[in-house]
Ligand binder design. Structure first.
Ligand code: APR
Length: 304
């Protein structure tokens, strides 16, 4: 069973895309009464149309998450115009702690995929608050940022997504580190297809893609997060051993300790089964370290 905590836009989009991959039955949990039940009913109707033999259940009670293999956490508030980043950090930390308590008590063997922003900090809070081994607590977002970059590459080059391989590391935020040097079209480096100035422009647009979505449609992305979450859940449930950019706990990897940030990870039934250490050049290392220090600073603001 897969549980999705938070039956808002991202949670329901993730639930639909998980259902479409038939990874198991789904429990949707939210604090608002009626909301997860109503969304579950709607999703069951979608499954009936699509011939997906998946049961979706809505609940407000953590007892119903018992037996979950994976718990996806999208619960939280979305930053409003009058809120600072710090206000958001404090409010969502409280929410993550309350969700962690429910998971610890009712799904102590689950792997936890955190989606709530600020992502890397909330994943760290979840890890601390559950007390789980770090390999069982991880954060989403790498696939989202990488997907946005791949979209902009395909838009320019017109080659299939299947032939675009890339990677992203660091914070899910302004300091994210895209890696054009380690981006390949087929087996050739991106730089043999695009001028440096075009690559830099695409990197900058990727960094601002989330804001671009909000500006146009009025609220934040949910289709793309839903797609990426389902891909990660599939790797965990089906034990695919796929290398996915994941916010993982670094314990000396990349020369960094005691922080969660995005790095390539092998995902499987054990959670984060391996952290892949890329051979970064000096410039990439510097950007990564700066990004890590942004996350560290934010973690230091959390009221425990
Ligand atoms: N327990 C369970 N659910 C909660 C809790 C809680 N303590 N607090 C809030 N929620 C629920 C809300 O009731 C709401 O239904 O979380 C849901 C959030 O949904 P939306 O407001 O639609 O937000 P969404 O766009 O889905 O984003 C959720 O994902 O990508 C991130 O930045 C995004 O942090 C945000 C999160």
């Amino acid at each position: 069973m897969i549980t999705v905590v938070g039956a808002g836009r991202v949670g329901t989009s993730a639930a639909l895309q998980i259902a479409m991959r038939e990874l198991g039955d789904i429990t949707l949990l939210d604090i608002i009464e009626g909301l997860p039940q109503g969304e579950a009913l709607d999703l069951n109707h979608a499954c009936a149309i699509l011939d997906l033999d998946v049961d979706v259940r809505g609940t407000n009670d953590y007892k119903d998450i018992e037996g979950s293999d994976v718990v996806v956490v999208t619960a939280g508030i979305v930053r409003k115009a009058d809120m600072t980043r710090l206000d958001l950090l404090h409010k969502n930390s409280e929410i993550i702690r309350s969700v962690a308590k429910g998971i610890r008590e009712h799904a102590p063997k689950a792997k936890v995929l955190v989606v709530t922003n600020p992502l890397d900090v909330m994943t760290y809070v979840m890890w601390k608050a559950t007390g789980f081994e770090s390999r069982r607590v991880m954060g989403f977002s790498g696939l989202l940022d990488m997907g946005r970059f791949r979209y902009l590459i395909r838009e320019k080059l017109g080659v299939s997504y299947k032939s675009i391989r890339s990677m992203v590391i660091g914070e899910h935020g302004d300091s994210m580190v895209l890696l054009p040097r380690l981006t390949f079209i087929g087996a050739s480096p991106l730089s043999s297809f695009m001028d440096e100035s075009v690559i830099n422009e695409r990197v900058e647009r990727t960094r601002k893609a989330g804001a671009e979505v909000i500006k146009l449609k009025g609220w934040s992305a949910h289709h793309a997060p839903g797609a990426g979450i389902a891909q990660m859940v599939e790797a965990l449930v089906r034990d695919t051993k796929e290398v996915i950019p994941t916010s993982a706990y670094l314990d000396g990897h990349y020369g960094v300790k005691d922080v969660y940030t995005v790095v390539p990870c092998v995902l499987g039934a054990g959670g984060v089964e391996k952290i892949v250490e890329l051979q970064l050049n000096d410039a990439e290392k510097e950007l990564f370290m700066k990004s890590v220090s942004v996350i560290r600073e934010a973690i230091s603001q959390v009221k425990w």
